[in-house]
Write a protein that binds this ligand. Structure first.
Ligand SMILES: Cc1ncc(COP(=O)(O)O)c(C=O)c1O
Length: 310
């Protein structure tokens, strides 16, 4: 089903969804240098809608633009307000927001620096890896493609063109009957999914690859690490940001992915090997519940993470 809603914010104003178009000579369309974000808003327990960690997402958009040496022609506060306004204009409840900054048409060629345009689309988007996936876990495979090398990409940035590797890996996984792919880095360490961070649990130790490794340091990763650290005693776990190889992953008791789109999705199988008991493990279940409680505003301590759409 085609993604749609009523209006898109583009270059400072709202336009009907069908009219928010670009020229085929749009520079980013040819070469991929553009930056984007993926953000979710949730209707909370009280019926109010709030955007989850909006300021952090807009900060990351500006950080991505900084490393890409792109000048976004708006202040961060303007984009924060436009995100909230976009949900109101489209009359959305649970939804996804996609800010995008891209180079327009004008000159052609790699050296061209055309004007930067910005759009914010918002639309309803259900569970990325399926409701079943959230409850029972998904099947993932190790990608035949490696995660890009830290020396030739800016992996802390969400740069459009860097996602071609993710698309190819995702399509390979889907073709082979899996729901997601996991990238190893060039040294054989597990990094992340095509658009999610990776966690494993073994004997009460929760591990995720460190920020300095070949990953996007996800905002959901940070959220889950915070939830895990704040409830470590209750969960009976120790938390380590530490690299692990494929065999360690296969021997894990529990594995899960985190991301704005994927939320907290358990992995029950990796490339034909069953993980733990082959479902959603007990610690994953508890962390997933805390995550959904936090995004719905059910935990006072984490209310600061919510930007209400008033
Ligand atoms: C490559 C990659 N890794 C991880 C993530 C998860 O990041 P976040 O939790 O900020 O959505 C994303 C999604 O933005 C991503 O594109």
């Amino acid at each position: 089903m085609a993604t749609t809603s009523k209006e898109i914010w583009i270059d400072g104003e709202f336009r009907p969804w069908a009219d928010a178009n670009v020229h085929v000579m749009t520079h980013t369309l040819h070469y991929g240098l553009g930056v984007f974000e993926g953000i979710r808003a949730y209707q909370g327990a009280t019926g109010n809608v709030a955007v989850f960690r909006l300021a952090e997402h807009i900060d990351r958009l500006f950080d991505s633009a900084k490393v890409a040496r792109m000048e976004i022609p708006f202040e961060p506060e303007t984009l924060v307000k436009a995100c909230l306004e976009s949900i109101r204009v489209n009359d959305l409840k649970d939804c996804y927001l996609r800010p995008l900054a891209f180079y327009s048409d004008g000159e052609v060629g790699l050296g061209a620096v055309n004007p930067v345009r910005v759009s914010i689309s918002s639309f309803p988007w259900g569970t990325y890896l399926g409701k079943d996936g959230l409850e029972k876990g998904i099947r993932a495979k190790i990608s035949t493609l490696s995660r890009q090398h830290l020396g030739s990409n800016f992996l802390r940035a969400k740069i459009c063109g860097q996602y071609t590797t993710s698309i190819l890996a995702k399509r390979e996984a889907l073709r082979e009957g899996y729901q997601e792919a996991i990238f190893l880095d060039s040294n054989g360490y597990c990094t992340e999914g095509t658009g999610e961070n990776l966690f494993m649990i073994k004997d009460g130790v929760l591990k995720t690859p460190p920020e300095r490794s070949a990953i996007l340091p996800g905002i959901t990763r940070n959220t889950v690490l915070t939830l895990a650290r704040d409830h470590a005693e209750e969960l009976g776990i120790e938390i380590r940001e530490e690299s692990f190889a494929r065999d360690e992953l296969l021997l894990a008791d529990e594995v899960f992915l985190t991301g704005t789109a994927a939320e907290v999705t358990p992995i029950r199988e990796v490339g034909g090997s069953t993980i733990g008991e082959g479902g959603r493990g007990p610690i994953t279940t508890q962390l997933q519940k805390k995550y959904f409680d936090a995004v719905a505003g059910k935990i006072d301590k984490y209310r600061d993470w919510l930007a209400p759409v008033e």
